[in-house]
Design a protein around this ligand. Structure first.
Ligand code: UD1
Length: 414
């Protein structure tokens, strides 16, 4: 697909089923290597990042088989702990293999990761925690080399509730000797999902979903079958499309309990949300209100991954909006594209001030990263006239069937 062509300016009308969660699936796939056996995952999203993670697993010696949205990973044949440069470049989440490879083999080599261009993305918290558990990191200029003779449980304190660091430490702790405590752990639903998955394999984890997690090391794990939760960010993206365009949309299977931190923003914009059976239904007026004082925060706050789609929706509201980005420093990359459509946005360091305009104008747009690309779909859907979004490959990293979903929501797309 060279570009996505959207004819914008119509209210939404339709329904869409929400895919499995990318950010839950990736660490769960990484964790599958902990057990020298079989893992069956249902509702696994067939997105580029998942395909990239599966390629890595195959390269390490695992067998992978798909049947519709179910993937089976057989990790008995794991024969390597080295991730190739080419694979690491494709996806930053390769770093979540650090904890699981250490747990399984006592060694890991991961070239410095690639991925989204949304900021520095250091891994100091991952490394400090693992060092406390007995892991050594010999000097290695082009990647992270890690080895340990034995992983030992300890009391680990995270200075910031990093999602990735929490995931890596959890995975390292599952088969470690003794008990590990993670204080200041991330509380994102994806952490809860990873812990449930690990427990389904025989791990002993308590406190998941809180900032204090206790992992009692076990000697071995067993085969498991697990269903991945629906994707709260994909569902949130379509809520953004609804407040941008107006109209009504039903999100089937949306993970409502994971989305509570987003709802107040949509309410303030003038949207109504209710449940109808398994569907989360949003009804939004033709032109919503601007909202000031929005901040991205660790869960349960407003998610940084939805900041760009929300910004796109705020561009054509009545009045002024402001967003403070507290998680990733380089997440205002779509401002230029939105301005080219007629948006009035002023950026001051990590704050963006958006003066709503009556209409955006369609145009040629360029996706530069995953969520920014999704935001351009939102902008194009509410803009007058035709837009073409180039470099859609970024969007396909996280959205399984973006064209089909937008069509189902009543957006004219090809
Ligand atoms: C994960 C999600 C990403 C989401 C982010 C925050 C996946 C695959 N990705 O990314 O979509 O936007 O959580 O919800 O699940 N930090 C450090 N040192 C570290 C680790 C992190 O300073 O060792 C900082 C980062 O620079 C960033 C902040 O902590 O400013 C949040 O990062 P983190 O929570 O680790 O995000 P990711 O796990 O990379």
């Amino acid at each position: 697909m060279e570009y996505l062509q959207i004819e914008g300016g119509r209210p939404l009308k339709g329904q869409v089923r929400i895919q499995g969660s990318k950010n839950a699936a990736l660490p769960i796939l990484a964790a599958a290597v902990l057990n020298p056996g079989k893992t069956i995952l249902h509702r696994c999203p067939r997105i580029r990042d998942v395909e990239a993670m599966l390629d890595i697993l195959k390269n390490l010696g695992c067998k992978v088989a798909w049947e519709r949205d179910t993937v089976c990973i057989d990790a008995r044949g794991l024969a390597s702990y080295t991730i190739s440069r080419e694979h690491a470049k494709q996806m930053r989440s390769s770093i979540t293999l650090l904890g699981s490879l250490l747990g399984r083999t006592g060694q890991a080599y991961i070239p410095y990761p690639g991925g989204c261009v949304i900021g520095e993305r250091p891994i100091d918290l991952h490394i400090a925690g693992l060092k406390k558990m007995g892991v050594e990191f010999p000097e290695s200029p082009e990647g992270v080399e890690a080895r340990c003779s034995r992983l030992k449980g300890d009391r680990l304190v995270l200075g910031f509730p990093s999602v990735g660091a929490t995931e890596n430490l959890l995975q390292a702790a599952v088969l470690a000797e003794g008990t590990t405590w993670i204080f200041g752990a991330a509380r994102e639903p994806e952490i809860l999902e990873l812990c449930r998955f690990l427990n389904s394999m025989g791990a002993k984890i308590a406190g998941a979903g809180t900032s204090r997690i206790r992992i009692t090391g076990v000697k071995k794990l067993h085969d498991t079958e697990y269903t991945i939760a629906a994707d709260r960010i994909v569902a949130g993206t379509y809520l953004c499309a609804a407040v941008a365009c107006g109209g009504e949309a039903a999100l089937l299977g949306a993970p409502v309990s994971h989305m509570q931190g987003m709802f107040p923003v949509f309410w303030k914009m003038g949207a109504r949300l209710h449940l109808e059976g398994e569907a989360l239904v949003i009804q939004a007026p033709g032109r919503c209100f601007g909202v000031s004082g929005i901040e991205t925060l660790p869960y349960p706050g407003f998610p940084t991954d939805l900041q760009s789609p929300l910004m796109a929706a705020l561009c054509r509201t009545r009045g002024m909006s402001s967003i403070r980005e507290n998680i990733f420093e380089a997440r205002f990359k779509i401002v230029e594209e939105l301005r080219s459509m007629g948006a009035r946005i002023r950026v001051e360091k990590n704050r963006a001030f958006i003066q709503g305009v009556e209409n955006l104008q369609g145009g040629n747009l360029y996706a530069r990263e995953l969520r920014g690309g999704a935001a351009l779909c939102v902008a194009a859907a509410c803009a007058q006239g035709q837009s073409r979004i180039y470099d859609c490959r970024y969007i396909l990293r996280g959205y399984e069937n973006v064209t089909g979903d937008l069509k189902n929501l009543g957006i004219m797309v090809q």
